[in-house]
Design a protein around this ligand. Structure first.
Ligand SMILES: O=c1ccn([C@@H]2O[C@H](COP(=O)(O)OP(=O)(O)O[C@H]3O[C@H](CO)[C@@H](O)[C@H](O)[C@H]3O)[C@@H](O)[C@H]2O)c(=O)[nH]1
Ligand SMILES: [Mn+2]
Length: 654
């Protein structure tokens, strides 16, 4: 989304703009022909139609839904822009305003404390005058291991910060710095004997810091059992400014060069809604208001470590610019992840739109708050420099990933069907293009999931009964459908390639998209609708950030892990079985009748769905490892498929 006035460091990509806009135009014309073809069916004499109306209508509505989502998604591609801040543009230390950094954690069992503390230490090590910034951690679990971790983090930071400053370390998250993958940094230094000695020493200190937390957690678990996590909904408030009485003059000086570190655990009671992360943010706003009251905040998730120490200064470059600053509400950095595998099999990398700042009505508080701020006339800056400023952890476990996507969908749809619906609430308060961007994010899931479900089942059912739903190959309208199909795929391929992906990533993205639309989009939309009618309570289970070796190994090798809940797996397997049956029957029908022209599109559709769903097919039939599809699920899905095939015609075809 583009908001600020053009500046010299704001570079619109003219080539991309030209490509995106011409594609939109040509694709739009093809869609108009497609709609004409579908609509003209209803003006034909009902006696001469070869197809019953209901399946035709459902398919038409699906295609219209896809057209609608395509249309409201166009503004994201309208003016792709890159912004960068040059080193000489960074503000001087004297000019920087005070800053409060907020970090959030919710559960020491699913968010390993060592990793949370790595984020804390990376934030403390930001390149920002120590007396001007303050780091707050909100611990929604009120866990003693987290408080212990904070005290240890403070001690470790006393050595880590000077080391980073002295050697200009860029990766200031110690875990990432010492990881084998950190080649850039390892090769960068001259490796003087002094540096090697200091590096070894600090590595040893990091190990001690890490072990002390792990030891504490183990002790806690042994003595408190599951209690260590279970008090997360019922505990008192606790606030502690982390400090140690400096004993020596050196320690006094060191303490002076450290940002203030504060642990905050708000009071939570089962009878009162705590509003998840949005509630935690608001508590930190109140606590920091009393302690440091900085005019700016930087919000980080516990799994999102700082990867470039200059990030806060870069953001301040815009906040201190007198031309932009009066209406600038926030600077957003794109979400990037450090643990996405080479082939990104679950399509975790966001590409063209980005997740923003604390209203309560939705579990994606960032989205709703960003939207309402924009509606009030505030602007934002999207800053995407070459070196990612923060690196998050994406879940490498398919089940967790599907649950997380369902939560995001549910939260976005909640906004879409509320009084804040961007298409109604937005256009009067912000530009049409901007409200379309928000509308796409909050409305696409129900449209996508209904159309995916229709396209994956209705042509297949009709194929079994020899009912055509697409133009014959010899018809010129066939070319229209073929064009729309190729044009949609080409756009996806182009977007994957220009964002550094490969053809394999594009296939995986397409595959994951098909899997998610029929599951997450469906459950997420349903969840949002049920919440709207008071049939369900809001919930926000933080994603599990504990890495399970077995899952990670499969993920890195690009092998799907089907140890996932039946509610996600069964619909996918049912669709695959249905498409196998219809493909088989379709081919036989063509052989017998000798007329391939009429049903070719439907045969191809089933074939295409099966090719894209190959991992599911493989998981059902060929695999014998723990990640395979359970035969009980295959059996249940086959029964579901049979029910659909026997009841479907009664409802749809007559
Ligand atoms: O009751 C809660 C629940 C979550 N969190 C924290 O919120 C953050 C995000 O949770 P996570 O499980 O990592 O969710 P993600 O889906 O990865 O987060 C994305 O989606 C969220 C909205 O659903 C946004 O708030 C996040 O910024 C965005 O990264 C984490 O630091 C949690 O500890 C809390 O503090 N309290
Ligand atoms: Mn996260």
């Amino acid at each position: 989304m583009e908001n600020s006035s053009p500046r010299k460091r704001t570079i619109p990509h003219n080539l991309f703009i030209a490509i995106n806009r011409s594609h939109a135009l040509i694709h739009g014309i093809a869609l108009a022909f497609l709609v004409y073809y579908r609509a003209s069916f209803f003006f034909q004499d009902p006696q001469t139609r070869a197809t019953p109306s209901l399946p035709w209508l459902l398919l038409f509505l699906s295609e219209l839904s896809l057209c609608f989502v395509w249309l409201i998604g166009l503004p994201f591609r309208w003016r792709p822009t890159n912004r960068a801040v040059l080193a000489e543009e960074l503000p001087r230390d004297d000019d920087l305003p005070p800053l409060d950094v907020f970090i959030f954690t919710a559960d020491p069992n699913s968010e390993p404390t060592v990793d949370v503390m790595n984020t804390v230490v990376s934030a403390m090590a930001l390149d920002y005058p120590a007396e001007k910034f303050h780091v707050y951690l909100s611990d929604d679990a009120g866990a003693s291991v987290t408080l212990h971790g904070m005290r240890e983090a403070w001690k470790f930071a006393r050595s880590w910060l000077p080391f980073c400053r002295k050697y200009g370390v860029k990766t200031r998250c110690p875990k990432a710095y010492f990881s084998a993958a950190n080649n850039d940094e390892q090769n960068h230094y001259s490796w003087s004997p002094e540096f090697i000695e200091e590096r070894d020493k600090i590595k040893e200190k990091y190990e001690m810091f890490r072990e002390s937390i792990l030891y504490y957690k183990e002790y806690d678990d042994d003595h408190l059992g599951s209690r260590s996590g279970s008090n997360s909904r019922d505990h008192q408030a606790k606030i502690e400014v982390i400090q140690e009485c400096p004993k020596t003059t050196v320690q006094k000086e060191e303490a002076h060069e450290m940002p203030l570190l504060v642990y905050v655990s708000r009071e939570k009671r089962p009878a009162h809604s705590h509003h998840f992360k949005a509630g935690a943010i608001n508590v930190l706003l109140r606590v920091s208001g009393v302690i440091s009251n900085s005019p700016y905040i930087l919000g980080l998730d516990c799994d999102m470590y700082s990867n470039d120490p200059t990030s806060a200064k870069q953001a301040m470059r815009f906040h201190l610019d007198p031309k932009i600053s009066p209406s600038l509400a926030f600077v957003i950095f794109p979400q990037k992840f450090h643990n996405i595998s080479k082939h990104d099999i679950y399509d975790s990398a966001p590409r063209f739109f980005y997740e923003v700042g604390f209203l309560y009505q939705s579990v994606v508080e960032d989205f709703l708050t960003g939207f309402t701020l924009h509606c009030k006339g505030w602007k934002s800056i999207f800053l995407n420099p070459a070196r990612p400023q923060f690196l998050g952890t994406i879940t490498t476990n398919l089940n967790e990933g599907l649950i997380q996507t369902t939560r995001w969908i549910s939260g976005s749809v909640e906004v879409g069907i509320s009084k804040f619906c961007p298409l109604i609430y937005g256009p009067l308060k912000m530009s049409l293009l901007q409200s379309m961007c928000y509308a796409e994010l909050s409305l696409y899931p129900p449209f996508w999931c209904l159309s995916s479900w229709c396209i994956a089942t209705i042509p297949q059912l009709c194929l079994l009964y020899g009912i055509p739903l697409y133009p014959e190959v010899s018809s010129s309208f066939f070319l229209v459908f073929l064009f729309v199909f190729i044009s949609s795929l080409s756009r996806q391929l182009y977007e994957v390639l220009v964002t550094g992906g490969s053809i394999r990533i594009m296939i995986n993205a397409h595959r994951a998209w098909m899997m998610k639309t029929v599951t997450c989009h469906f459950y997420g939309s349903l969840d949002a609708i049920m919440k709207k009618f008071g049939l369900r309570e809001a919930s926000f289970l933080p994603t599990n950030k504990v890495e399970d070796d077995e899952h990670v190994k499969r993920y890195q090798k690009g092998i799907f892990d089907f140890q996932i809940a039946t509610m996600f797996l069964a619909p996918l397997v049912t669709i695959v079985i249905l498409n196998m049956a219809s493909l088989f029957a379709g081919i036989i029908r063509i052989i017998i009748s000798g007329n391939w022209d009429k049903m070719f599109a439907q045969v191809f559709l089933s074939f295409y769905i099966l090719v894209i769903s190959y991992p599911i097919l493989e998981g059902m039939v060929l695999r014998k490892d723990r990640g395979q599809i359970r035969s009980s699920v295959t059996l249940r899905s086959a029964i579901l498929c049979m029910i659909f095939l026997s009841l479907g015609p009664v409802i749809l075809l007559y």
